[in-house]
Design a protein around this ligand. Structure first.
Ligand SMILES: [Zn+2]
Ligand SMILES: [Zn+2]
Length: 152
């Protein structure tokens, strides 16, 4: 039963428009230094879709593992080889439906006034697959591509 829900999004100024269709591979929440510094917020929430689910218009700038609008600086989807990472706040729907994170990264950096997200898997650093909870997701690092993955 394919889900053909189409979600639209944009940067702050609207110069970059995009859409993603269907269900994402995974949805996460990250407290790492890069996510903090890049967003200016205390964590980021993102969802990863297959590349073929993604369409976009506009000129994108990039720095490391982040893409943004050169005009307004708003974060826009990061395109990888086979997938695209979308910061959920860049979507137009507010609040979003059906995009609740299932895991939380770099929890040692979580602000003390935030609580663990109920039901979300908790990771000290980047996401690791331990085999026992194989949910069919891909195994690429989510947002800290250059960081050393933990070995089991
Ligand atoms: Zn913009
Ligand atoms: Zn992060």
């Amino acid at each position: 039963m394919p889900n053909d829900t189409r979600r639209s999004g944009s940067c702050l100024c609207g110069g970059i428009q995009f859409s993603v269709t269907g269900d994402p591979f995974r949805i996460g929440l990250c407290h790492c230094k890069d996510c903090r510094k890049a967003s200016g917020s205390t964590f980021s929430t993102f969802a990863v879709w297959p590349l073929e689910a993604f369409e976009t218009t506009g000129i994108v700038s990039s720095y490391g593992d982040r893409s943004f609008c050169p005009t307004c600086g708003g974060r826009v989807p990061l395109v990888r080889e086979n997938e695209v990472e979308v910061t959920i706040g860049s979507l137009d729907e507010v609040p979003t439906e059906g995009l609740e994170p299932s895991y939380e990264l770099w929890i040692n950096r979580r602000e003390h006034w935030l609580q663990p997200l109920p039901g979300a898997r908790q990771f000290e650093h980047d996401r690791v697959e331990d085999g026992s909870t194989n949910d069919g997701l891909t195994t690429e690092p989510v947002s800290e591509g250059a960081e050393t993955p933990l070995s089991a």
